[in-house]
Every structure is written in structure tokens, then in C-alpha cells.
Design a binder for this molecule. Sequence first.
Ligand SMILES: [Zn+2]
Length: 335
Amino acid sequence: MTTVSGGTLDSVLGQATAVGTLRRALGSDRLHHALLFEGTAGVGKSFVAEGLAQALLCDDRREGLACGVCVPCIKVLRRDSNGRSVHPDFATVARAMYDPATIGRKTQETQDISVDQVRTVVLARISLGPVLGRGRVFLVRDADELSTSAANALLKTLEEPPPRTYFVLTTTRPGELLPTIRSRTQHIRFAPLPDDVVTRLLVREGHEQAAAEAVARDAQGSLSIARDKLRGTAKEAVDTWISAMEDALKDKTFASALKASEASKGSRDAAALGLEAFAAHLVDEARKSVGEPTAQALRAAERYVRVQKALRQLDGNGSPQLVMEALLADLRSTP
Ligand SMILES: [Zn+2]
């Protein structure tokens, strides 16, 4: 396989079959105009769709592949504040992607992708032609959520789109799609990601290797499941931390205090994260009393000030364990 491209398709990990099929089609200029990406959530379907959009809209294509650095290539990946690509010829259709007013509706799309969205986002634009001239790409995310009338409105265009207009539909539930949509699209299967690929992607996002490996083993090849698990683990760690702090403050012995300071040994980030969570917890405590502040609320407020001081010390490069020990002694001396 050639490696001419510098676009997103080049950085896809773990989908060699799907990406290989697309690259060959691009290279020989025989890409099907309506593709259906099938596979579980979090395996890279939308990511590959973006790479494909780059290859189709790039100003400096070589052997059908994107350069990755021209203005159109960059615009495909850049998002506006609503999370939509800023490239005028790369549009996304997805449930609740647009304000109801934008697509001529009174209410948000809660159940399905409405025919209103298909009319506004796809059909109205198609009749005007591409803005930048190269072509148009429509990404229909979770296409099984198209309402029957939305799917029907799309059918004719899917069958006979204008020149250089491409559709990428994604789905985690191919069986739920209307047969008429299925039969008009070329199906590309996305496999679950190997565990080591999930790990690499998490590390690339800034997570620690050990934590990434631990969740990847149990994520069924899905980056989104792995991310959810990491969030869950982080929340658990914070909860453990808060209860260790509470115990340390209630306990007359130093055993729990040691446990709490142990938790932050060595890692400044862990200590800071734990302290920030504890500070937030104290704010909640302080807010519990309505009207006259209770003794408990005042104590929480007092403790909050001290936790903030410890956070500043951590920021100023204090040793995490020493900062924690000093804080615990300080907190225990507050009445
Ligand atoms: Zn380019």
C-alpha cells in the first residue's frame, strides 16, 4: 500500500480492512457515492468519515489521497462552537444536531432525525452545489435514527446524487435501517479495536499507560466504552479520597490520616485532583444550611480556606505528601 497521504486516514489505527478498501477506491477514483459504515460505537467510524471527507475535498490530492495540511483539509476537522465542521461542503446530519429553529421545527428532535433536518441540511444545499467547488460530503451519524419520512426524503438523492456528492452513513445497528437505504449503500464493516490500539489511543489522549491498559482489557474494543470506564474509575478514586479525608478528620488516631496522605504520595496531580474534589465537597457542605449558617457550614467554609491554601502550596511545588500532612494537622486543629 502506498503512503502518500498526510490526512486523517493515515492516522487511523486498527481498521486496516475498512481503510484499505476506502484507499483503494479513492486511488482508482471509484469510490461509491453512498457508503454505510457499520460497527459498534467507539471504533472510529466518524473519524474515518472525516478522513474520507478530507480526501474528497482536499486542494492538493495525490493519488486520490488528502494532503492533510491545505485549508480545506484543516477546515474539515475544525469545529465551530456547536461541534460542527466549519468546512461549508462537509455537513453532518445527526439527531438534535441543530437548533429546532434552524431546521424549521418548533421542538427539538428527541426520537429521531426528522425530515425537516434532511430537507434543510441535505436537500436544500444539494440544489445549490458545492461552496468551494470540489464536491460535497454528508455524514449521517446513526442513520438508523432517520425517521421513515426522513429516510424516504433521502432515498432519491442517495440513488442518484449530483456529481461529486458523497454520503457516509454510520450505524451501530445495521438491522434497524430501512432495507431501501441498505440496498443503496456500499457496506463497510468496522471491527472492534484490538486492546493495544485502545490503549494507544487513550495514551495519545493523555491518560496514563497503566490506567489505559487496565480499562482497554474490558472495553470490548470500543474507545468510547474505555473512556467511560476511565471516567468511572476517576470518580471512584475521588470518592475514595473524600471519604479518606473525612475519616482522617473524624478519627482520633492517625491511621486514616496516613491513608489519606498515602493516597497522594508521589503524584502531585492525584493530590491536586483529590484536594479540588474535597474543596468542592466542602462548598456543598457549606451550602447545605439555608438562612443562618450552621456550625457545620462555618466549619466547612473554614476548612475550604485551608484546602485552598494547600492547593496553592502544591502549585508552588510543595511535596504532595508534606502538603497533605500539614493540611491534615491544620484541619484537625480547627474546632
Ligand atoms: Zn489537503
